[in-house]
Design a protein around this ligand. Sequence first.
Ligand code: FES
Ligand code: FES
Length: 166
Amino acid sequence: MADTKRYGMVLDLNVNGETRTAAIRPADLLLDTLRDSFGLTGTKPGCRNGDCGACTVLVDGMPMKSCLMLTVEAAGTKVTSIEGLHDTEVQRAFVEKFAFQCGYCTPGFIMNIYALARIHPDADQATITDWLQSNICRCTGYEEIHQAVVSVLGRLSSAECLSVKP
Ligand code: FES
Ligand code: FES
């Protein structure tokens, strides 16, 4: 039985297609609940200020910086973390184009680009540049990341879209 005196509330969340239960405090961030309560450490803490994008997840299919979202705000939504994507076109493109170095920013980029490819499969350069602005790579691998985006756009099959559990 969760310690509600200490944590304040118990919440059910839909994460990667499964219902998970967490004992949380009202001020807990989705980023911390994913990592600390559910062990989904692929979602990375960076700036914790909404600037770097390392913590990006999908909430009802839209990219969201999980350091800017309270866990309670995720109630009733479908959250997808990097662990919810398996061998997608985006991940394959990152490997093919060597679009990572240390890899710390990579999960956030992949979540954001996955959403871009689903929502704007015919994105032009301006749209790609606009979307990539929400993620920072401290290894400055932007050229390879850009190449990965270009290679994946239009390749994301509808079957693959449906296989994701946003
Ligand atoms: S940790 Fe969330 S945007 Fe940097
Ligand atoms: S690959 Fe190191 S921060 Fe992007």
